[in-house]
Structures are given as C-alpha cells and as structure tokens.
Design a protein around this ligand. Structure first.
Ligand SMILES: O=C(O)CCC(=O)C(=O)O
Length: 280
C-alpha cells in the first residue's frame, strides 16, 4: 500500500504542489473550518434527503460510475452560500489551481461542484482520470483540470476514502478505465473532516468501497481551463439574480463572465461584450 502526504493549510503553496507533482494528490488539513463545514452540511441537508442514493440516468455505465448507494448532486452554489464562500473560493485550493492551470489558459472556471456521499455497502468505483472528460484537449505536459475532494465527514479506508494510484499522473495520456492495479499500488485518502484531497486531472483514482454503516460525505470541486466546456452548466443552476448576490470572483467561476484568450478572441460573450459587464 502507498500513502499520500498530509500537510497543514498554512504550508507553502510550492510545498503543496511538490507533493501534488510527485504523487498526483496531496491532502491539506483544515481547508474548511468546522463552522463552514457544518453550514454547508446544513444548507445541503434538504437535497440530501430528497435526492437519495443511486444514479437516475438510466444508462448502465453511468449508473455504475455514479454508484448505486452514492448520493450525488450538483448546483451547490445555488443551494448553499456557505459552499460559495468557503469551498468555491477556498484560497489554498485556489492558489494551487492558479499555478497548475494558468500556464495553459488565461482563466479557469468551475467544472463541477458535486456532492459525492458514498453510502453503506457501496462498491468501489472504477478507477479513472478526470481529464478524460476532454480527450481532444489532453497533452502529456499540460494540466487542464484540477480537483479537490473536501471531506465533509471523516474519510477512512473502511468508509470509502478516495483511492488514488500515486504516480499515475505521469503515465502517457489515454483512457484508463479499469486500469490494472494491485493493492501495493493504491493509496487511500484517509483524512479528518474539514481536510481536502487536492488532485491532478491526470491521476488515476476513484471512490473506495464503503464497508461501514456510515456515510462518507465527500464534496468534489473541480476547475477546468476557461476555453473548455465544463461538466456542469453552472449558469443554468445559478441564475442572474442569484449571481448578482455573489462576490465577483464567484460569479466569474460560475460562468457569469467571458473568456479572453491570450492574443486571440473572446468567447462566451453577451452581445459582443464580457458577461461580467451585466453586473456593472
Ligand atoms: O468519491 C470519490 O472519492 C471519488 C469520485 C470520483 O472520482 C468521481 O466520481 O469522479
């Protein structure tokens, strides 16, 4: 078995990134204070109850990926102001993402904010790489997406802590569904509530098996290069009135601003103008 390094939230960003680059993932303690974490849990409690476990897509592969005992939903910025203030705008994850993504784009935006609450009896998710959402855009050198799995409850190996295959972010690009591994290759992102696993879009990983009778309450936040289309259509969740209530940076991350490429054109415009001007 392998391990991932855990650092304190005030560790220098370059140190956090050194672990990320070596292993493909790094755990940072106390990304969420107890107050922030409990506020997010409280805001999402209604949706957790109504939505319940299991994918509703009707597509077998998707249902397998999402898990039969796992509660998943998006639209977190529309459901929780605490999510916006404390997770979407979390500064350590933001600083890491700036350095990882801004070499390949002039800005990035939210890919998805997603509850991933692994229920009792859930089997392990198949291992995958997040960047495979955008196969046409993958290169060996460039990171196009970075994620953070926030632990809203403690993550243990027994309750389904995220399984990471350290070092696989360095493998050649390509599809890796069902990548062959032995137990010796795996690390389990065991972490206390409030911590976060920051991980590369290239590293092979997946949700673990939950053999306990408790819920492993995870909340995934990922960003993607601003010239790519995100997994989640955030402005269809966060409407203009809701966006107007949020900090400017949150609006930008949620798609209420436009993309200005380096030396090229601008995209995602509203009548040829930057969508951010709607709030001027
Ligand atoms: O829930 C987890 O620990 C990881 C889930 C995941 O990687 C995914 O659904 O894309």
């Amino acid at each position: 078995m392998k391990t991932l390094t855990t650092v304190d939230r005030d560790a220098p960003i370059d140190e956090v990134r050194a672990h990320l680059h070596r292993d493909g993932g790094v755990i940072v303690r106390d990304l969420l204070s107890d107050e922030a974490r409990l506020a997010i849990i409280d805001d999402l409690a209604g949706a957790m109850e109504v939505i319940g476990p299991g994918s509703k897509s009707g597509l077998e592969q998707w249902e397998l990926f999402h898990g039969r005992e796992t509660i998943r939903f998006c639209g977190l910025a529309a459901r929780s102001r605490a999510f916006v203030d404390h997770a979407l705008l979390e500064p350590v994850f933001g600083a890491v993402t700036d350095r990882e993504l801004l070499g390949g784009c002039t800005s990035y935006w939210l890919n998805t904010g997603q509850v991933m609450a692994v229920g009792p009896g859930e089997k392990a998710q198949y291992l995958h790489r997040d960047e495979n959402n955008w196969p046409e855009a993958i290169t060996a050198e460039r990171e196009i997406t970075v994620s953070c799995m926030f632990a809203l409850s403690e993550f243990t190996r027994a309750n389904g802590a995220t399984v990471v295959v350290p070092g696989t972010q360095k493998l050649a690009p390509g599809l890796v569904r069902g990548h062959e591994v032995t137990d010796d290759d795996l690390a389990y992102a065991e972490m206390p509530a409030g911590a976060g696993l920051i991980y590369s879009g290239k590293v092979i990983h997946g949700a673990g098996t939950n053999t306990t009778d408790e819920l492993r309450y995870g909340m995934h936040v990922s960003f993607v290069a601003g010239w790519l289309r995100p997994e989640e259509a955030s402005p269809l969740h966060v409407d203009r009135a809701r966006a107007a209530e949020l900090p400017e940076e949150a609006r930008r991350l949620l798609g209420w601003s436009s993309y200005h490429s380096e030396g090229g054109g601008r995209t995602w415009l509203v009548d040829f103008e930057d969508a951010a001007d709607l709030f001027a």
